[in-house]
Write a protein that binds this ligand. Structure first.
Ligand code: PHE
Length: 335
């Protein structure tokens, strides 16, 4: 009986020590030490289990029950201490890493697209929804694509209107996007339904409405049975989509060597007094279609060249074309 009583005493002492040590556990290291000393394989609880063998068989079951209960309480205590230290560690970390919400933030500015790019993309997406695809051509262009193939031979007076910055005898910075029409038609059998956005250059003196560098979007649709009425319809849908309700559209007669008839398209904002010319347009001259080998008995087409800056100016009420190129962030940031 004495051995069992001894064991009871031991258990009591162990539990007392355990409580004391546990109260002092305050971080991972002290918890590990506690585990090693008490619940580990060589810890004091295991040591007590070794005594079972030395007990009288009649005492063993009672001793086993006591030891198992001790073991259970010890591992519960460890689990609790684990949670506590984890919570304490977290609280400490949160304390150390506290974010001072009163500090001013670090300002970083995100760039965004230039208003001209935004307008160009919007126009592209309207025409893409109508079944047009986007084509591009070089900004440094040959006289052939820029003039000859567009029915503007060397001696033609219209050539002077577009005379621009020459790179050499027969190469120039394109003054319009119309040469892309030819490049595409040379490569494609009709029907052709394209728009060609791009930068253009002219010998214009810079003022509020002119710029030697500007952007156009060319449109070309060649198919069987197209007439000026189709052009008007396409433009009406486009104007409505781009500007919204209330804008009016007007066609007036014009002349381009590569279209016949040729028109100028004007737009008036709701309530505005003045019409603004936004594009030249017309039915593609059969001579142009013939030059790329299209059967002019079967196919007709129409085209236009629209100024992107002008569209942006109309849409946003901008009265000076120069703001697009001067990189004044006070202007750019408004878009
Ligand atoms: N290329 C002409 C210009 O820049 C515009 C235009 C394009 C006219 C297509 C008719 C057809 O002035």
């Amino acid at each position: 009986m004495a051995a069992l009583d001894d064991l009871r005493e031991e258990i009591k002492r162990l539990e007392h020590d355990m409580r004391e040590r546990l109260a002092a556990v305050d971080d991972g290291a002290s918890l590990d030490a506690f585990r090693a000393d008490f619940t580990g394989r060589k810890g004091r609880v295991s040591q007590l289990f070794k005594r079972l063998g030395r007990l009288d068989p009649s005492e063993r079951s009672e001793a086993g029950r006591l030891l198992n209960a001790l073991k259970k309480r010890a591992s519960e205590a460890v689990a609790l201490a684990e949670t506590e230290t984890r919570r304490e560690r977290l609280a400490k970390r949160l304390g150390d890493e506290r974010v001072d919400m009163s500090l001013p933030g670090v300002y970083s500015s995100f760039g965004h697209l230039h208003p001209l790019t935004l307008v160009q993309r919007e126009i592209e997406s309207i025409f893409m929804r109508m079944g047009f695809s986007v084509a591009t051509g070089p900004e440094i262009e040959t006289e052939y694509y820029n003039f000859d193939a567009l029915n503007i031979p060397v001696e033609h007076p219209a050539r002077a209107d577009w005379d621009t910055f020459y790179v050499d005898e027969s190469t120039l910075l394109r003054p319009h996007t119309s040469p892309v029409q030819i490049r595409v038609m040379e490569e494609t059998e009709p029907p052709v339904r394209i728009i060609c956005p791009g930068r253009c250059y002219r010998r214009d003196t810079q003022d509020a409405t002119h710029s030697p560098v500007f952007h156009q979007i060319e449109l070309l649709w060649v198919e069987e049975g197209l007439s000026l009425a189709n052009l008007k319809y396409v433009l009406e849908i486009f104007t409505h989509e781009f500007f919204g309700e209330g804008y009016e559209m007007l066609f007036s007669g014009d002349y381009f060597p590569f279209t016949e008839p040729s028109v100028q398209v004007h737009i008036k904002a709701p309530g505005a007094a003045d019409w603004l010319e936004i594009m030249g347009a017309g039915m593609v001259d059969p001579a142009v279609l013939e030059a790329v080998g299209y059967d002019t008995e079967t196919y007709t087409g129409f085209a236009f060249g629209l100024g992107i800056e002008r569209m942006a100016m109309l849409k946003y009420g901008i009265d000076d074309i120069r703001v697009f190129l001067t990189n004044d962030l006070r202007f750019i940031r408004q878009f």
